[in-house]
Design a protein around this ligand. Structure first.
Ligand code: C5P
Length: 220
């Protein structure tokens, strides 16, 4: 069975997808990490970020693997490096390239073949797994998402204001929405889950309930 979890940055997708997968004993596929790995490799190999054909070839050649909640390229653990500001900034142009998205789509479909997966990203329900048994679009108001991120950044010692975080987030949201291929939008048959005012445990509970509802008709 495949569950897709899409939505904007800061809606709590990653922690929700990870917790849900752990709860169900399923595999968690972090597709944002896959685009980040490609951006890191492009920077290291000096592949120009506007050369879509070379980026797609690079994507084909990468041995991306997930093990024990960590991300690897071959045997190298890149979990920390793919979260740096430099890689985050390079990920956007890389993820905008249609040939790259095509390669990633095939790779994601292959990785999910024949197993139970919670997959998380922007286009998982709308493009990559249109026949997923359960599609969730996880969201929260822009203010709530910015508040969460601001709290996180302050706890890491960053001196930033809520307004700065909100402005950067609005810019990222807009970029995700207007991307010509793979733009973020809820699939027509996605269940919209608003997380304002819910704890992360409550969100996971809600999703577990939805999974149970989808499973029941098949099992009886
Ligand atoms: O979710 P995360 O912040 O790790 O995503 C990194 C980048 O990859 C973002 O720019 C996002 O727009 C892009 N992305 C994408 N398609 C996905 C997942 C992430 O374009 N399925």
């Amino acid at each position: 069975m495949i569950i897709t979890l899409d939505g904007p940055a800061g809606a709590g997708k990653s922690s929700t997808a990870r917790a849900l997968a752990a709860r169900l004993g399923w595999w968690y596929m972090d597709t944002g990490a896959m685009y980040r790995v490609l951006a890191l490799s492009a920077l290291e190999d000096a592949v120009p970020l506007d050369d879509a054909a070379r980026l797609a070839r690079l994507a084909e050649s990468l041995a991306i693997a997930f093990r024990d909640g960590r991300v690897f390229v071959g045997d190298r653990d890149v979990s920390a490096e793919i979260r740096t500001e430099r890689v985050t900034a390079a990920t956007r142009p890389v993820a905008d390239a249609p040939p790259v998205r095509e390669v990633m789509k095939r790779l994601q479909q292959r990785l999910a073949e024949g197993i139970d997966v919670v997959t998380e990203g922007r286009d998982q329900g709308s493009v990559v797994f249109p026949r997923a048994e359960l599609k969730v679009f996880l969201t929260a108001s822009p203010e709530e998402r910015a508040r969460r991120r601001h709290r996180e950044e302050v706890s890491r010692g960053a001196a930033t204001s809520l307004n700065t975080v909100l402005a950067a987030q609005n810019q990222r949201d807009e970029g995700d929405r207007v991307r010509p291929v793979g733009a973020m939008h809820a699939a027509d048959d996605a269940v919209l889950v608003e997380t304002d005012g819910l704890t992360s445990d409550e969100v996971v509970e809600r999703l577990v309930q939805l999974v149970e509802e989808r499973r029941r008709p098949r099992e009886t």
